[in-house]
Design a protein around this ligand. Structure first.
Ligand code: KG4
Ligand code: ZN
Length: 355
């Protein structure tokens, strides 16, 4: 089976093709991401109408390129999947409607995919194929850390997701982005902080780690933003972040990254211990973070657990994860009606995921 996936929920226009073999192994035929980040950067965040107009302009080219580079015709695609939410309505509509139109024209099924389910499944697309192929996803603890969400889930199988914990306020990615904005670093802030943090001393500033010791699986990151807000003016004579010396900036970034990382790693460890599961799959844009990847690897090694991380290209928004989620659902006969609307705030594991 071959599935074409489209992602257009926010500021990346993306198309991918996946194919499975009789043994259930899934091959990524192509994954193209056209980012609009430079376009939105000048505004310090995503402008919805600009995003949807650009999705609409870019998508036809990406579709053609994806099919041509995979030597595949539309007639050879068995199902068409697209992100149905969470996301910006006008942006979602572009990819969702395009996938519906292709499914209708080709007389093939359409599958509307929850973007967060795409992230959640993404670690299974590559790596450890032979074991996970036929019945992916196998039972595991999932840590989904994106720009809008920080979730810990107990995954029993496809579509069987139990929410264990989530952020009570800002998501991890959002915390990175907001703190970066205070320092006037370019959008999106997560990768910028990560880069600068590599040259910093994480012990220089003692930033809060809310809920770290609370006996639950929840997170809270808004206090970090407030702490940074109060700290910044103390570090320069005028409070202007541009006056921060290079080392202080790097130390601050390292301290912010250490605070976010410690909470995420501890709560993931708690979830592993609580469930007795020995597999942790981590996904979403923040799973690209180098300190998080290192600390999770060390924690999992200590716990005797296996860690599954998507490759760097599959951590931030992409269509490969949407095509893959579509394929897993199509494999068990789960399709969507062509009348399925986009949903900016769908539910996942009984929890309403707001964009
Ligand atoms: O999953 P994603 O691409 O989009 C959403 O579905 O939200 O995640 C984007 C988020 C942004 O907040 C971005 O700052 C963060 O992921 N991010 C990172 C890194 N790369 C991306 N955060 C920390 N370290 C990184 N290396
Ligand atoms: Zn995402």
């Amino acid at each position: 089976m071959r599935v074409l996936g489209i992602e257009s929920s926010c500021d990346e226009t993306a198309v991918a093709l996946v194919e499975d073999s009789p043994t259930g192994e899934v091959r990524l035929l192509c994954s193209i991401v056209s980012t609009q980040i430079p376009l939105h950067r000048q505004y310090g965040g995503v402008i919805p109408e600009l995003a949807s107009r650009n999705h609409s302009g870019r998508l036809p080219y990406l579709l053609r390129e994806a099919l041509e580079s995979s030597s595949c015709t539309i007639a050879q695609v068995d199902a068409f999947a697209a992100t149905g939410g969470p996301g910006l309505v006008a942006a979602l509509l572009v990819g969702h409607t395009a996938a519906k139109a292709m499914a209708l024209a080709a007389g093939k099924p359409f599958i509307s995919v929850n973007h967060l389910e795409g992230h959640l499944l993404s670690p299974f697309l590559q790596g450890r194929r032979s074991r996970a192929a036929a019945d992916a996803p196998e039972p595991h603890v999932a840590l989904v850390v994106s720009g809008g969400h920080s979730l810990l889930l107990h995954v029993r199988g496809l579509g069987q997701y139990e929410l264990m914990g989530r952020s009570q306020d800002d998501a991890a990615g959002e915390a990175y982005d907001k703190v970066a904005k205070m320092m006037d670093l370019p959008y999106p802030g997560g990768p910028e902080i990560d880069k600068l943090a590599e040259r910093g001393d994480a012990s220089r500033f003692d930033l809060p780690r809310p809920m770290l010791h609370e006996p639950n699986f929840d997170f809270s990151f808004s206090g970090l933003k407030t702490a940074a807000l109060y700290l910044l003016p103390k570090l320069t004579p005028t409070g202007d972040p541009h006056e921060l010396d290079e080392q202080t900036l790097c130390d601050l970034c390292a301290s912010v990254r250490a605070a976010i990382t410690e909470v995420l790693v501890r709560k993931a460890r708690r979830a592993l211990r609580h469930t007795g599961l020995r597999l942790l799959a981590v996904s979403g844009g923040v799973s690209c973070n180098s300190a998080l990847r290192r600390e999770l690897a060390a924690m999992c090694a200590n716990e005797g657990a296996e860690l599954l991380l998507p490759s760097a290209e599959l951590t931030t928004d992409n269509a490969a994860m949407i095509a893959y989620a579509g394929l897993l659902h199509a494999r068990v006969g789960e399709h969507s009606e062509l009348t399925t609307p986009v949903d900016p705030n769908p539910t996942l594991a009984g929890y309403t995921v707001r964009q």
